[in-house]
Design a binder for this molecule. Structure first.
Ligand SMILES: [Zn+2]
Length: 273
């Protein structure tokens, strides 16, 4: 599943190519993907609208269309492709947005779990799931004191860091890497993590996520970004998916365990806290 850096990579690749384009026509081949479910309503609200900006909130791509927004969640395998009117229908193409300049934006999704949802402009502040989202690593409101307050729980630190209502955008791969960077064992009880370690977690989250965005995310599994570019971040992973391989810092074999059912990788020597 694409994580925040991969979605941000998609946004950065797509935005300059769709900005200021006006939707002229929409073809939907798989109706359960759109919200509202009525194709007539979906079309009526979007056709004639111009893409004024493209943002991201968590793992949602946000197309700003002046008075409404279109939220796209890629889920497991969603991808965008750009083409023109002559581009033939692709095998897993489910939605095609045709613009007035003749270009097309194709939504491709092998698993069909993605969603395209029309919302009011203030939805990012007022509706589920956005109201419960925490701060992204780059957000200045994410402070050590804020984090320390959120860690007053018996839950394991990894479980808490995966909770998107606390820090937004750390998925399974990135939490493993952040905890390696902060030298904290994934199974440590959250309430035992000190303020100083909270500072490390935040600094490491920023470092790991910005590096991942810079490299276009990870291409673990079949994920590639909208323009077919594979991310390179998987080459930078210190622990994730490296079970039995030697730690780059201390040469100890990396261990794999399960934390709340998620495959979790760590170095037993470097991460003793
Ligand atoms: Zn180590």
């Amino acid at each position: 599943m694409p994580e925040l850096p991969e979605v941000e990579t998609v946004r950065r690749g797509l935005e300059p190519r769709v900005l200021n384009k006006t939707i002229q026509a929409i073809t939907v081949h798989y109706l359960p993907m759109i919200r509202p479910l009525s194709l007539d309503v979906f079309k009526a609200r979007l056709i004639g609208k111009t893409i004024a900006a493209m943002r991201r909130r968590g793992k949602y791509l946000v197309f700003d269309l002046s008075d409404i927004i279109l939220l796209v969640h890629l889920r497991m395998e969603g991808k965008f492709y750009l083409g023109d009117e002559t581009t033939p229908k692709m095998t897993h193409e489910h939605i095609r947005y045709t613009f007035t300049d003749g270009s097309v934006l194709i939504y491709h999704d092998v698993r069909k779990f993605g969603t395209h949802t029309i919302k009011e402009v203030d939805a990012l502040e007022t509706t589920h799931p956005f109201i419960n989202l925490g701060y992204e690593p780059s957000d200045i409101r994410l402070t050590a004191t804020y984090l320390k307050n959120k860690l007053k729980t018996d839950r394991k630190i990894k479980t808490v860091l995966l909770d998107q209502s606390i820090i937004l955008g750390l998925g399974n791969i990135y939490v493993d890497e952040v905890l390696f960077c902060a030298k904290i064992r994934p199974t440590t009880r959250a309430k035992r993590v000190s303020l100083k370690k909270c500072r490390s977690i935040i600094a490491c989250s920023q470092k790991v996520i910005s590096k991942a965005i810079q490299l276009g995310g990870s291409s673990i599994r079949s994920y590639t970004d909208s323009l077919g570019i594979s991310g390179l971040f998987q080459n930078e992973l210190n622990v994730h998916m490296r079970e039995g391989e030697l730690c780059y810092t201390c040469q100890t074999p990396i261990k794999k365990i399960k934390v709340n059912g998620r495959g979790t990788y760590y170095c037993s020597k470097c991460q003793q806290y």
